[in-house]
Design a protein around this ligand. Sequence first.
Ligand SMILES: Cc1cc2nc3c(=O)[nH]c(=O)nc-3n(C[C@H](O)[C@H](O)[C@H](O)COP(=O)(O)OP(=O)(O)OC[C@H]3O[C@@H](n4cnc5c(N)ncnc54)[C@H](O)[C@@H]3O)c2cc1C
Length: 384
Amino acid sequence: MNLETLIEKAAVISREVAAPEALTADRDGMWVASTMRALQDSKLTGLVVPEAQGGLGHGLLALARISEELGKGYSSAGLCFGMHCVGTAVIAAKSTGWQKEQYLVPIAEGKHITTLALSEIGTGAHFYFPQTPLIAVTEEDFLVTGTKSFVTNGGHADSYVVSTLGASAEAEADQFSCILVDSNMPGLEWSSPWDGLGMRGNSSLTLNLNDVYIPGRNILGEKGDQLWYIFNVVAPYFLMTMAGTYLGIAEAALIEGKASLAKRSYAHNGSGLASVGYLQHKLGILWANVERTRRLVYHAAQAGDHNDPNAMLLLLSAKAEVAHCVVDVVNEVMTLAGGQGYQHNSHLGMLMRDARAAHVMSPTTDLLYTWMGRILLDQPIFSD
Ligand SMILES: Cc1cc2nc3c(=O)[nH]c(=O)nc-3n(C[C@H](O)[C@H](O)[C@H](O)COP(=O)(O)OP(=O)(O)OC[C@H]3O[C@@H](n4cnc5c(N)ncnc54)[C@H](O)[C@@H]3O)c2cc1C
């Protein structure tokens, strides 16, 4: 299916399901169940599943653009959809026949949600240094014990793509394996409900894995694949879905700022804010900020899809620049919207809380610029 048709489908779900669901999800901290159901029913959750397994076979540009549409309606919808797609891309990258049948086909059919569980409390933003061991119990099978933090779609997904220390005794400290943990495996224990400042519809929970038995067929890829996964799958897909989602928040704020200026007029002289030159100028600057950042995101996604040699720099910079863009734009619109915008539980207030997560979701903005510098200087990226 062509991309414009998919974007239109996502736009309808964003407007008609995600935006209304945001009201209760943000108030009560509830996972975006209705939006994810609609995305499954429309088969959009099969976006990055290869066509050979019945999926839509799209890549980074499609992921960024659909995440942007969803982010416009509700940022948690973009994030939950995005983490499902990143997990799916990791599964698809080097899947065995069994993994295709058990995971990719049901995902394409809209019957399975997966997600990515990399972060740990101990290593924080440095998600590429997991401490969770994978202990061999036989030649083929393993036990995993550890804790994963901020698992988006936590408690609602059907499977979890979990990173662990390398699946062999001789694995180096910076080597890891990715494993597929099914939601019904014995030994999974979830923390209390997610109660973030923003992004409240994510269900980003802490997951304790207590001696969870992992058959060898649930291991993804080969020993020593970890850097390949990080650079070729996790980073590009994660960066593009995040960049798209936060771009959607910036766009939603811009629309709100424009509407607020257009409708406000004063009783004492009948003049409207839309005719104030200074405010017109401010709105123009905000539009330019969103549009130039959008062009960077699309350009980076296309570079990634075409294996351009500069793709990694572009992808890293796109998420970092979107984070600055969204925080600045929402903040400035809050000023344009005056005291009316500054109401408890206003839509703009929610956008402001949600936008703030952009800088701290890893790779964080500070790490991204550092990594770019290291690439430019030909230094090892993960040197801390
Ligand atoms: C809403 C939300 C959803 C999330 N969803 C997921 C998910 O689905 N899956 C998942 O695996 N993780 C997820 N995460 C986790 C996220 O990616 C980070 O791992 C987590 O936010 C790190 O938090 P921390 O408090 O441990 O940060 P810390 O590691 O303590 O970092 C604190 C600050 O120090 C900075 N810092 C640290 N080291 C350096 C350095 N060397 N140079 C410069 N600055 C540095 C960081 O950039 C950050 O600003 C999510 C987080 C949030 C907030």
